[in-house]
Design a binder for this molecule. Sequence first.
Ligand code: SF4
Length: 234
Amino acid sequence: MSNPIGYCNETLNPARGCVCVSPGCQHCYARTMTQRFGKEEKAWDGTIRLQLHTLNRIGHWRKRRVCFLGDMTDLFQKDMPPHVIIETLARVRTAPQHIFLFLTKRPERMWQRLREEPVLSNVWCGATCEDQTRLVERAPHMAALAKSGWHTWASCEPLLGILDWSQVTWRPRWIVIGGENGTGARKMFPGWAQRAAIPGVPLWFKGWGSAFQPCGPGTMLQLPRERPWLSTRT
Ligand code: SF4
């Protein structure tokens, strides 16, 4: 794996920039990287910089890739120009041999944008569910996407509390769980990680994060690292 995300081996950003929307944004990786290494673009003020030419890289991949689309932005934020999603989907459609992962904290907008689009079997639509409030808010839109036939997944990272999946009807086909990293990271407790898993749903455990390292009885959970598209090509 060639990037810090771990479960994919490629990232593409047809746009960069975002604004914070929920508690999971507090230590946003994209903002940290932009402010640390960005040259002309240190501001994280909602300015969106388009770089649609990066999608051309898809045509050069010879081996099968699992590509995270938009790790330096949220492609479904309000001010994202509509043609960014249209052009991204058009390129993704030409590459059914690769897997593409969307992830958003605005699944209501993802549902709005994708509801009229033909379902793509190589696309997985994800929503961040960092706490129970966000899970309850976001699950209905994800359930609608799943009902329409899209693969859906949940990113419980950074996991900030107990999740109770019995309070929502959405059942993602894959769950990622992880603690927060970086300066000022918040703790993820082992019981939270256990509760966020759904029996029978493939799970990728990304790690405890930098605020908590498990030690002692009951904390050394053996959580798996599974990726469902390796066993299913539906
Ligand atoms: S939605 Fe994602 S990219 Fe945007 S500020 Fe929040 S964590 Fe960062």
